[in-house]
Design a protein around this ligand. Structure first.
Ligand SMILES: [Zn+2]
Length: 216
């Protein structure tokens, strides 16, 4: 995901006429392991806010998100689906926010041979920089931590959708838009109806088929 001030990118693909397939309410929702690896240890407050924001955005999908800190001395749990998230830099508002950035990306997901891989990188320093340049004049200091966690959550959800639906496509929806617009930072994103439907079907059929259906 990238961020471009005042950029209003037209959708690459028209969003989304996915026919809703019935999902049995008796089936337990798939478990999604989100394995976090921080370059610098985050504050417990940030971690709690991040998990709460990401969980709130995914709630309509009923996915069972399970959070884990990736540790070299311990095997991760077993889940239906998995994403490894590397949190690069320092995950706090104001941290390294004045450093020069050459990349425009706030986060990205690995793609190999055209296949989306379950490896996400989030650039915490760049997120701090975007927040500082966008909000410094309008947000009071005590709002910085929740705003920072909210923007980081938004980036993470965007990348998780790439991984879970196994697609690198972007759409003009809150969670699948790239680049972000500055006005996107002011409200909590919501999954679109077709995104909820597609996410409810993961683990029940191949994600690539879902992505193709979503792009129709
Ligand atoms: Zn993207």
């Amino acid at each position: 995901m990238t961020f471009r001030k005042f950029a209003f990118l037209l959708p690459l693909l028209a969003a989304l006429g996915l026919p809703a397939a019935p999902v049995s309410p008796d089936l337990a929702p798939p478990t999604v392991g989100v394995l976090l690896k921080f370059e610098h240890k985050p504050s417990p407050g940030f971690l709690k806010l991040l998990q709460s924001e990401v969980g709130a955005i995914f709630r309509p999908s009923r996915l069972d998100l399970r959070w884990e800190m990736l540790r070299p001395d311990r095997s991760p749990g077993v889940y239906n689906r998995l994403a490894v998230v590397e949190m690069r830099g320092t995950c706090a508002p104001g941290a390294n926010s004045s450093s020069s950035q050459t990349s425009t990306r706030l986060g990205w997901t690995n793609v190999a041979d055209g296949e989306v891989q379950p490896y996400i990188t989030i650039d915490c320093d760049h997120i701090a920089q975007v927040l500082a340049s966008t909000w410094n004049h309008s947000a009071s200091r005590h709002l910085a931590p929740p705003l920072y966690a909210r923007l980081t959550a938004r980036v993470m959800v965007h990348e998780l959708i790439h991984v879970l639906l196994r697609t690198s496509a972007h759409h003009d929806s809150d969670c699948a838009r790239s680049p972000l617009r500055s006005l996107d930072l002011g409200f909590q994103p919501r999954l679109s109806g077709p995104e909820v439907t597609a996410l409810q079907r993961i683990g029940r059929e191949p994600g690539t088929a879902i992505a193709r259906a979503a792009a129709r």
